[in-house]
Design a binder for this molecule. Structure first.
Ligand SMILES: Cc1ncc(COP(=O)(O)O)c(C=O)c1O
Length: 457
C-alpha cells in the first residue's frame, strides 16, 4: 500500500435524501411504456397488479421529479446511509495518473451492495398492501440477500430463484439468504412449469436471470398473497438507487470538485442509473456537462451489441414487452463470475438514455476485470465484487489514458458492492482457471431472430 492519504467524504445522517430522484421528469424523450403482447397496446396496469405491489406500480408510472421516501424506509436506510465517497489517492499514485479518481462505496450495506437500497423500498410497499410472500430472482446472490433481509425486517416470507451457475459458484450467498429467513431454489428448478420445461430440454442448464425471473413471476401469478419483486431493470428500482447519486452530489460539494466522467457497471442498469441519473438530471437542467459511461461484460454485451427493440424480460415470455437493448430473451450468457451482469436485456430507461445519445457504453473482458480488481484492492484495501470490478476496470483504463494525454479529469465510479463472498472467483483467477468469453455471435443472432413481431414493425 502506498503512503498517500486516502480521503473520505462523509455526510451526516440528516443528509440521507428525503426524496428519490426520477429522471423521467427531465428526459427530453420519455422512456417508452411496456406493452402487452396480446394487444400490442401499453400494458394495462390492472394486469400488472397480479405481479407487483400497488406502491411499486405507482412509483413505476410516476413522472414526478421527486418522490418522498417513506419514513420506515428512510429509517432502515440509516443503518448504511449515507455511504462514503472516497478519493482514491493511493490508486491514483499507484497508476501515476493526473486524474482525480473518486468512488462511491455501496459495499457498506448489510447485504454488501447497493441492492439493499431498493430491497427495503420494495418490501415496504408489499407490506403496506398486505403481501405475505415475495418471490424473486437473483444472479450473483446480492439481490437475493438484500431482499431476504428486507423481507425479514418487514415480516414477509421470501423465495429466491438463484441462477444455477451462481448457486454452484457462491454457496455462502445461499447461507446468507437463509440466515435472513429466505428460501433459495437453484434455477431452473422443478418447482415451476417454466423451470421444468427448460430442464426437459437441457437437464444441465446453467440458468440465467431470464429463466429465474420466469420462475419467480410464475409463482406470483399463481397466488394472490404473493408478489414479485425485481432487483433491477424497472423505473422504480432505478429511482430507488438515485440515493447514491444524490448523496454523491452533496459529497462533491464537500470535495470542492465535480466529476467530468461517471462510470458504472451495467447488469440490469440499477447501480449505474443510481449514480449517474442525478448528475444527468443536473446536466439536462442546464448544469455542467458530464461524460457518462456504462460498462458491461464482453460476454453479455446488450448495450454495445444488442438491438434496441421490444423484447420479453424473461425466457418464458411471462413479462410485458419492454423497449430495450437486448440480446434476445432466449440468450443464455456464458458463466462469467460477474453473475449479476448476466442479463440479456437492459433497463428500458438506461436503453432510452443511450438511444438519445446521453451516455456511452463500453464492454470489458473478464481477465482484464480481475487484473484491475486486484490493482484496486492492493491500493485501496477493498475487495470488490466482480460486477463492480467492471466499473473499476474502465475507471483505471480511463485514468491511464489521462496519464498518456496529461488530462486532469475527475473520474467518479460506483463501487456497487464488496466481493467478500466472491472469493472462489478470485481463487480461480489466481489459479489461471478463468478465461475470456467473447460474445457468441451465432447464439445471439439466433436469439435475436426470435424477437417478437409485436412492437417491432
Ligand atoms: C455488486 C453488484 N453490482 C452490480 C450488479 C448489477 O446489477 P445492476 O445493473 O442492477 O446494478 C449486481 C447484480 O447482482 C451486483 O450484485
Amino acid at each position: 500500500m502506498s503512503s498517500s492519504q486516502q480521503i473520505k467524504y462523509i455526510l451526516p445522517e440528516d443528509k440521507i435524501p428525503t426524496h428519490w430522484y426520477n429522471i423521467e421528469a427531465d428526459l427530453p424523450q420519455k422512456t417508452p411504456p411496456p406493452i402487452d403482447d396480446t394487444t400490442g397496446q401499453p400494458m394495462d396496469i390492472e394486469k400488472l397488479r397480479m405481479i407487483f405491489s400497488d406502491g411499486a406500480l405507482e412509483q413505476e408510472m410516476t413522472r414526478e421529479r421527486y418522490v418522498k421516501i417513506p419514513d420506515p424506509v428512510r429509517s432502515l436506510m440509516r443503518q448504511w446511509r449515507p455511504s462514503p465517497l472516497f478519493r482514491a489517492r493511493r490508486l491514483e499514485e499507484a497508476l501515476g495518473t493526473p486524474a482525480r479518481i473518486y468512488y462511491k462505496y455501496e459495499g457498506v450495506s448489510p447485504s454488501g451492495s447497493h441492492k439493499t437500497n431498493s430491497a427495503v423500498a420494495q418490501a415496504y410497499e408489499c407490506k403496506k398492501c398486505g403481501v405475505k410472500r415475495i418471490t424473486t430472482e437473483t444472479g450473483a446472490g446480492q439481490w437475493g440477500s438484500a431482499l431476504s433481509q428486507a423481507c425479514n425486517a418487514f415480516g414477509i416470507s421470501c423465495r429466491v430463484f438463484m441462477v444455477r451457475c451462481s448457486f454452484d459458484q457462491k454457496p455462502y450467498r445461499k447461507a446468507m439468504m437463509e440466515i435472513f429467513g429466505g428460501t433459495v431454489i437453484p434455477s431452473p428448478s422443478n418447482e415451476t412449469e417454466a423451470g421444468r420445461a427448460i430442464l426437459a430440454k437441457d437437464p444441465n442448464c446453467r440458468g440465467s436471470l431470464g429463466i429465474a425471473i420466469s420462475e419467480a413471476v410464475e409463482e406470483a401469478l399463481k397466488d394472490p398473497d404473493t408478489k414479485y419483486c425485481l432487483g433491477s431493470v424497472l423505473n422504480h428500482v432505478l429511482m430507488h438507487q438515485s440515493v447514491i447519486g444524490l448523496e454523491a452530489i452533496e459529497q462533491f460539494k464537500l470535495a470542492g470538485d465535480y466529476p467530468d466522467m461517471i462510470i458504472g457497471a451495467c447488469g440490469g442498469g440499477s447501480n449505474f442509473a443510481g449514480i449517474s441519473n442525478p448528475f444527468l438530471g443536473e446536466m439536462l437542467r442546464g448544469g455542467k456537462k458530464v461524460e457518462i459511461i456504462g460498462i458491461e461484460p464482453a460476454a453479455c454485451p446488450s448495450l454495445t451489441k444488442g438491438k434496441y427493440a421490444y423484447d420479453y424480460g424473461d425466457v418464458a415470455k411471462k413479462t410485458p414487452l419492454m423497449r430495450m437493448y437486448t440480446l434476445g430473451s432466449s440468450f443464455i450468457p456464458p458463466a462469467v463470475h460477474a453473475g449479476g451482469l448476466r442479463y440479456h436485456g437492459m433497463a428500458p430507461q438506461v436503453s432510452n438514455i443511450l438511444h438519445q445519445g446521453l451516455m456511452k457504453a463500453e464492454s470489458v473482458n473478464q481477465l482484464d476485470v480481475f487484473q484491475k480488481a486486484i490493482i484496486f484492492a492492493r491500493a485501496e484495501g477493498i475487495v470488490p465484487a466482480p460486477e463492480s470490478a467492471h466499473a473499476i476496470c474502465a475507471a483505471i483504463n480511463k485514468a491511464l489514458e489521462c496519464k498518456e494525454t496529461g488530462q486532469e479529469k475527475a473520474i467518479l465510479f460506483n463501487l456497487s458492492g464488496h466481493g467478500h463472498l466472491d472469493m472462489a472467483a478470485y481463487l480461480d483467477y489466481f489459479a489461471g482457471k478463468l478465461k475470456n468469453y467473447e460474445y457468441d455471435e451465432h447464439e445471439i443472432a439466433m436469439a435475436l431472430s426470435c424477437l417478437p413481431s409485436c412492437g417491432n414493425k
